[in-house]
Ligand binder design. Sequence first.
Ligand code: ZN
Length: 234
Amino acid sequence: MAIKIEKKIVGYQVHTDASAAIKEAEVEQQPKPIEMNEKIERPDFLLGSTYKVKTPVDEHALYITINDIILNEDTDHEVRRPYEVFINSKSMEHFQWVIALTRVISAVFRKGGDITFLVEELSSVYDPNGGYYKKGGVFMPSLVAEIGAVIEKHMKCIGLIESEELSDTTKQILAEKRAEFEQAAKANTAESSAKEEPSPFPDTAQLCKKCNTKAVIIMDGCATCLNCGDSKCG
Ligand SMILES: [Zn+2]
């Protein structure tokens, strides 16, 4: 029977043959795991973590809250992903750009796909006024990088980024090297006075280009990072 089309054609669908239809039916039998996308409605309840960040550039601490969504709960495809980020602080000095940044980051979270690039982007922001050292000798090039570091920590926590652990042998070698270095340093200098923020690495350690930590010592002509194990002789 012929059908007269009286309205404008606004869409069409290709008629599939039987084999394609069967394939489709097969796929439908196992429900497709839900991937993160911006159409997912925000559940009323989300699990979150709040990180307190104290920086030398601000007298007030920053509180960074990251809420996660769990997709495909209780299935093989269960995945926990960050859904939104909020940043709170008593000081309103950075208010405007912090709000903008959190909104953009949250939007990227909800887009789905690989979101770990955010960490790299944020971590490579350099403050023209210079960065600062954190406890443990880690260099922070900016407040933005600090926010990136928190997001990285969180992503490692929920298993979205694999944390690179040093092997036990490497750890042992570094511990021995360090003991030897400290012994030698003690012989050379008198006891140093108490510091405000004791670094886990020797005072004279240099900044490591690989892990951004003040943990590189030079012994027997070789520079070795006590934090990540990076080593160069020359
Ligand atoms: Zn290092």
